[in-house]
Design a protein around this ligand. Sequence first.
Ligand code: ATP
Ligand code: MG
Length: 413
Amino acid sequence: MRIETLCTGDELLTGVTVDTNSAYFAERVFAAGAMLDRNEVIGDRMDEIVEALRSLYSRADFAVVSGGLGPTSDDLTAEAAARAADVPLELHEPTLNRIRERFRSRNIEFTPNNERQARIPRGAEVVDNPWGTAPMFVVTSGRARVCFLPGVPREFHKLCDSEVMPRLRAALEKGGTPPRAVRTLKCFGIAESHIDHQVRDIPQRFPGVRVAFRTTLPENHLKLWAEAGTREAAEALLAQAETAARGLLGSRVFGADEDTFSAVVGGLLRKQGATVALAESCTGGLAAAILSETPGASDYLVGSLVTYTPAAKTKLAGIAPDLLGREGPVSETVTIELARAARGMGATLGLAVTGYAGPEAGTLPVGTVFVALDAADRGMNRRLQLPGDREQVRRLAAYAVLDQTRTYYRGAA
Ligand code: ATP
Ligand code: MG
């Protein structure tokens, strides 16, 4: 089955906007066990769009077109969709009523150009868009089914998940694409080449399973991809390979598929009924920022002291100046004391990180990072030598300080 995307918009060709919509869809297509065959980007020109759509209708089995459904004169896609399919545009009354109602409820004057968004190619399936004004519509032309979506990323994402993907999955199943099951194992604290080395035997041990790797710093992802005669067999094969891979990678795997590091650490704290407070030096608050990416983080994140200078370490965390002078602000002892001070904010766990992110070395080499955890029953600390530039060291250090919670509860379990 041939799957394509077509993204329209002059802003995509001038570099003003980066096409992220096709990437969003491509990722989901891949997770569904297929892959995009082509992604095309074109400007807001009627003849270009019509020509691109004619080819798309004749070539693709399933496609997504992004952008140009709005009310302005540069929004040409609906008309091009109709022309390429040799059908007229027709006013879709329910959509027009919905748009009028939307304007009324927001107290915005309905100008005539807004009617454009209710003009749909004849015969197309109209799909309500609760996140915006222009509806999605689906044109069937020849063997192609083409979903037209607004370009606004928020609307595109919502419609992609709720309307496009179910249609694509159904088409994949009907189209006889060999059933596939895919799982992404997300790892922290292990290099990509080491993951590769650990799981090198998996494809031989489980015929039909393929592996792929991806790095989104500081995470390394292992993708397992299983193909078999039926969906159930593919799922079963994947489950076996996943168990084997998890056995080989152990606690380096922090989550799978849609899991985020932030939500995994937060979920663990929530499950333990624990709270956490931080004292951050070289990460400048990044660890707290990562943890607070997950909604509801206030249930377990107490706060973070950003104690960047030695003076701040004394003033905010009560670290004695003579200790700072003797040991240095980036040191095991100071980091342990900072973790204690953090816990003193009233948390179950205190976490601290100090280090040299570079590019200038301190009294220790660039990439030297200390992390510590303080709890009522015990403390933990580690000295790390982290690779990369300033940005990399800071991200790795932020993950490392948070990852101590996973280590702590693994030990306690
Ligand atoms: P609107 O009703 O807002 O006009 P539309 O369907 O006409 O919606 P566009 O005008 O093409 O969509 O784009 C709307 C917004 O979405 C613009 O800010 C544009 O930069 C952005 N956008 C368009 N296409 C993409 C894309 N492929 N990836 C990311 N952003 C995009
Ligand atoms: Mg527009």
